[in-house]
Ligand binder design. Sequence first.
Ligand SMILES: NC(=O)c1ccc[n+]([C@@H]2O[C@H](COP(=O)([O-])OP(=O)(O)OC[C@H]3O[C@@H](n4cnc5c(N)ncnc54)[C@H](OP(=O)(O)O)[C@@H]3O)[C@@H](O)[C@H]2O)c1
Length: 824
Amino acid sequence: LRALATACDGLRGRTSPRLWLVTRPTGLFPAPEQPTHPDDAAVWAACRTLANERPDLRVRRLSWQRTGAVATDAHRLAAELLATGDESGQEDEIVLTAHGRFVPRHVQHARDEPPAVPARTPYILEARDPSLRRRLLWRQTTAPEPGPGEVALEMRAVALNYRDPMRANGLLPPEAVENSPLGRGLGTDGAGLVRAVGPGVRGLKPGDRVCGLVPAALASHATTAAAAVVRIPEGMSYAEAATFPVAFLTVHHTLVNQACLGPGETVLVHGGAGAVGLAVLQCARNQGARVIATAGTETKRDLLRTLGAAHVLDSRSLDFVPRVRELTGGQGVDVVVNSLSGEAIAHNLDLLRPNGRFVELGKKDIYLNNPVTLRPFHRSLTFTAFNLDAVMESPALRSRLVSVFDEQISRGSYRPLPHTTYPAARVEEAFHLLQHSRHTGKVVITFDPLDEPVLAEPAPGTLALDGDGTYLVTGGLSGLGAATAHWLADHGARHLALLSRRGPGAPGAPALLGRLAARGVRATAYAADVTDESALRGVIETVDATGHRLRGIVHAAAHMDDAPQSELTDDRFAAVLAPKAAGAALLDRLTTDRRLDLFLTYSSVSATLGNPGQSAYAAGNAYLEALTRARRGAGEPGTAAAWGPISETGYVARTGMETAMTERGLELLTPAEALTTAGRLLAAGTDVAGAGRYRWGTARHLLPALAAPRFAHLVPSSSLASPDGRDELLGTLAGLPPDEAVAKITEALAQILAGVLQTDQADMDPTRPVTDFGLDSLLGMQFLVSARDLFAVRLAPADLAAGRTLSHFARLVHERLGLPGREV
Ligand SMILES: NC(=O)c1ccc[n+]([C@@H]2O[C@H](COP(=O)([O-])OP(=O)(O)OC[C@H]3O[C@@H](n4cnc5c(N)ncnc54)[C@H](OP(=O)(O)O)[C@@H]3O)[C@@H](O)[C@H]2O)c1
């Protein structure tokens, strides 16, 4: 293919080449195509990529089943190859079978969303569409059983933390989710009733009321380490108790243990009316220190004064710097509790007096790996950051903190924080309130049986695995493969073989195995190359020798190396193709003589679309799909799930390509969504299906192949998919002189910003820096996405920083729209 493409370059100008690939029946399509030659599917998909990389070549593909009558076959083939453009239409793929000529059409099934039913069974919160358009949904599940040292809880109240909307909106970086002990699902802490205790738990029994750190707490039922919860004092409600754990553990540990806050000292806390700020007030008072707090609205400032802050300032401007100096007689403060980002950090450091302590609770600058200037540290300053996961990972520290916390709440020295409660049925409203910082203290979701009924999606199809057999996951020690290991455990697997070339030495492997072990799952990591026959045979023999014979396979191994076909060497191509295709072929061959109940392979939307730069990856994935049909044809189990890009974990998340994918119209699926879908596909006996979330109109701009009739049911016919309103606006702008066009863009941006901030457009002064309006990273993204959707121009978070004011930003949009500028 590469040679052909290069050869065509030599024809420049003289002719307009057309490239045909003719294969044997591949199995890439359902019947009437026969899955007789899955290998050919790989070449087919590599050609799909070539079609996008080199639209000038007009690449087409033909799957050709011979009838046995040579003259007839030759005639049919010639008729296709020699047809002029008009006769063959614009079809890019044609399947000639003994039954006739077929052309494929991709169809999109509505998201499988059975009618919601009142929940009588346990349910858990899931975020679908991990983006700013995400939806929250309760899904029925089974009540988790406690492992050793664990308690199973019926949740009664769960407080939201900023991490929850960030995660639901797909804004958390992978390191905040992958291998995080608290990253199992939404919700980090809460209060509930002990339903059961696991082996080795002392001091707690069913019926006890407790609160504490609880992974995946946003659920009717959850499990957590018994050592991570404490009893709720008599007379305190579940909702009150739920306001404690994260806020007070964070504040107590950072202020008392790390910053050693002492009597007579002064603490400056920003965003003082949030949960952390209010907890700082209580903790500082206990330590005999005074608090200067900032807050964004007058109501919040009033509350802080009432609750005992010594001084309260406006958080929405940097004026706090001279004010704090003034209030401290020019001395500055002893401790700063910071959650502001950017230049505010430097100002806060300057405000510290000698021996001062800076406590960083914001995450943005840390995830962005932003530097801190060291000059102020000359005054003997200390900088401390805090990550709850690190506490969870240290059982000794966790126990120490939890017991101090236990003592403080039972003595009444820490009191519940102000909070707003929402019944579980109204979880969307609760997230909304938190995201817009409209609340004071905590936002708490309650799970009271007397609350309005919760609608929960039925559990996915019943996929019951054999607890005695072993399930092998290739690529099972990282990314989606590791998530799959947990998912298999959710469905009853108790013995797992997780295979990758690095095996037990893979980063995160010990933690993964440990977490599975804590769930009562015996998972073994194997270091083997899935394309190495003797190594793979050895793994299967070892598995069988345990007495828990191999019962199923999930083939998730993949190696990525993107480059246009013209740049790829044979070795690079083979390195990407082999783990997918050769690996799958080997797994298929080495298990033909045994009864498997699962043979699931992970393909990618790339195989269907032929993503540019991914010819080898598309080839490998197409082979998996064709092999799956071949297996089904032979009466063997097989399901190939072709995923769109996945958030939170795996290659796309790890390499920071999430935004790039979204901008291409390929939105993200969470691992939970993907695996729920996998369960459905398996339960429904599906052979090959894709699952993803796509904006085809946007994808069309980058993938010329999407113009083919094959995608006619997906890609909007106008193909540019621009809403009428946008067309009209862009038309108007094109006809305006530059200054007026910029003014109109400014007006549209002010309207978007007002919508995002839920405030009056009249308050949006276009000459003020946008950050002055209280635009945090989450709302900033929302603003960018809306602006991008309206104007259809590329906009990145850095542009917002560069834009500073709405007027600046409008000029940027004007420029990117390619509208004529002002004459100078
Ligand atoms: N992430 C996504 O957005 C996405 C989207 C669509 C489809 N998928 C598919 O989902 C699967 C998992 O993707 P991911 O992003 O989670 O991948 P990942 O985190 O990069 O993991 C891939 C795993 O495969 C292993 N591996 C590579 N070559 C191997 C070989 N020759 N033998 C054995 N193991 C090998 C790697 O470990 P070693 O290096 O230690 O061998 C690694 O553990 C892949 O099949 C991918 O194509 C993912």
